[in-house]
Ligand binder design. Structure first.
Ligand code: C2E
Ligand code: MG
Ligand code: MG
Length: 511
């Protein structure tokens, strides 16, 4: 994509040199007696003309190729995804905002963020596609309202679908922001009724003002925090203030922070079984909160709060450190040691220190990087593709293996598979759930497996809990299986015991 930009710059420089030489010839013609002949003057003038024409051409070329970039991104998205994907591109969003800021000669006013319902409701409804449908309708409506209606100037808005929420960057005053919120709110209810969608809808909005001292990402984060506050406090909209973070942190987030400090987090390991060799070949590290008050909690109970508050970074780093320490201890004991995959949140891929932090822990514990797989979700890969690609590339160059998690869920972009050089792809549980009863899921899984194979990527099926699913996956030539059928996630000691003594490898060996 940047090739065109480089070509344009090279053309530009060549023609500048042309113009400079032309000018120099004219000067020489004017002042130095021995070059005072007519052809020299003509040559100089011709060079200046050529130079100017060339500069104009280089600029035009840059313009055209820039539009081409944007068009190709749109086409790529439209081809692979649903309508809502048109909004799911943070990079385009940022580019458009920068263009609008130039046009307005000032920053925007407010960022609005919203969802059609509670985040947990939305997540559950991904499985049957209702949310994709609903978000598609909302996308169309936003396009109409802010892009084509006579009430609003399209150059006052940039919008995208970001991290599960719609986000609008605006240049309009607060009273217009209020109008927009009311209009969208009404329309969401109308869309659900009109299309008979089986969704429990309560739209939640958050608004944050664009401040000079904050980056776009920080204002965006404020808007998302305000929306989250609306959801947890049953308000339809909330205007961001720094107090909101204090309020949130006072209750659940503060509890989680204390839990991290009090060492209440634990790492569980879920084994992965290789079908062809009939051996366990690795495991996934999954965080648990062993709370004295609530008991053993899975991430569904606390990951949302961790993401909103930024505590997710501490959790990710805790899990990674614990995995490295466990591996080092297994090596010391001479016990059976298999590679471990670790989940990293999208937030890590916005942090320039991520790679160094990872390497520091590796160096401290002396663990081989080939024993670590980095699990990245599609959402992460798409939200910040340039930074994610460069971090993943560095990790790969240092021997880590890279895995795409939850593939197929929501926004499958096949382009990402190749671009980011994943070693392994994990097909999302929602497809595995349908394997036995739903022919469509079966076909999709077969297709995804074949696709990964042609691209030389290993395929894992996750969430496998029935023998029939194993049989179907075996036939479809799936490489590895992870799921309750083989084992639930286990604490380290139980996991090592399981590896050393389990019915699956033993039974297969005896055959
Ligand atoms: P994931 O990475 O897709 O992990 C797989 C989830 O599926 C795990 O849930 C696992 O327990 C569950 N699972 C595996 N096999 C089966 C099965 O046969 N049936 C059923 N019903 N479930 C199965 P878990 O441990 O609750 O984790 C949920 C999600 O939380 C993970 O999804 C991952 O996205 C996130 N997560 C877990 N640990 C971390 C972490 O350390 N950092 C970050 N950033 N995210 C994490
Ligand atoms: Mg995972
Ligand atoms: Mg997964």
């Amino acid at each position: 994509m940047y090739k065109q930009k480089r070509t344009a710059r090279a053309l530009f420089i060549v023609f500048i040199i042309f113009t400079a030489l032309g000018l120099a010839s004219i000067v020489l013609y004017q002042f130095i007696p021995f070059v005072k002949d007519y052809p020299f003057f003509t040559l100089g003038s011709a060079m200046i003309t050529c130079g100017y024409a060339g500069i104009a051409f280089a600029n035009l070329y840059k313009l055209i190729s820039f539009d081409e970039q944007i068009r190709s991104l749109y086409i790529e998205n439209r081809y692979n995804l649903s309508r809502e994907s048109l909004f799911f591109n943070y990079q385009l969003f940022e580019k458009r905002i920068n263009k609008l800021i130039k046009l307005h000669k000032k920053q925007g006013t407010y960022i609005i963020s919203f969802t059609a319902s509670k985040r947990t409701v939305m997540r559950n409804l991904y499985r049957n596609g209702t949310i994709t449908q609903l978000n598609g309708f909302i996308s169309d409506y936003l396009n109409e309202l802010l892009g084509h209606s006579k009430d609003y100037n399209p150059n006052d808005f940039a919008y995208c679908y970001y991290h599960g929420q719609f986000v609008i960057y605006s240049f309009v005053p607060l009273n217009k922001v209020q109008d927009i919120i009311l209009t969208i709110q009404k329309e969401i209810y109308a869309i659900v009724a009109r299309n008979d969608l089986k969704v429990y809808t309560i739209p939640y909005f958050g608004v944050a003002d664009v401040r000079q001292d904050l980056s776009l990402f920080e204002v965006l984060d404020n808007a998302l925090t305000a929306r989250d506050y609306s959801e947890t406090h049953f308000e339809s909209e909330t205007f961001y203030s720094d107090d909101l973070r204090k309020d949130a942190s006072l209750s659940e987030v503060e509890e989680l922070r204390e839990a991290i400090q009090n060492n209440e987090l634990e790492v569980y390991y879920q084994p992965k079984f290789h079908l062809a060799t009939k051996k366990f070949v690795g495991c996934e590290a999954l965080v648990r909160w062993n709370s004295p008050r609530y008991g053993l909690l899975t991430p569904a109970r606390f990951l949302d709060k961790a993401e909103v508050s930024g505590l997710i970074h501490e959790i990710d780093m805790f899990v990674f450190k614990r995995v490295c320490e466990d591996l080092a201890s297994i090596r010391r004991k001479g016990d059976r040691m298999l590679p471990v995959s670790v989940n990293f949140s999208m937030y890590e891929f916005y942090s320039p220190d991520f790679f160094d932090n990872i390497l520091k822990t590796i160096n401290k514990t002396g663990v081989q990087t080939s024993l670590i797989q980095i699990e990245v979700t599609e959402t992460t890969a798409q939200a910040n593709p340039f930074m994610t690609t460069s971090i993943l590339k560095k990790l790969k160059e240092n021997g880590f293996r890279i895995l795409m998690d939850d593939f197929g869920l929501g926004f499958s972009n096949l382009g990402n598979l190749n671009r980011m050089e994943f070693d392994t792809v994990k097909i999302d549980k929602s497809f595995i759930d349908g394997l036995i009863t739903d022919a469509k899921s079966r076909e999709i899984v077969k297709f995804l497996i074949a696709l990964c194979k042609t691209n030389n990527m290993e395929v894992i099926a996750e969430g496998v809990d029935k023998i029939e699913q194993v049989e179907i996956l075996k036939k479809a030539k799936c490489d590895v299986i992870q799921g309750f059928f083989y084992s639930k996630p286990l604490p380290i000691r139980d996991y090592q015991d399981f590896l050393n003594n389990n019915p699956f490898e033993k039974k297969e060996e005896a055959e």
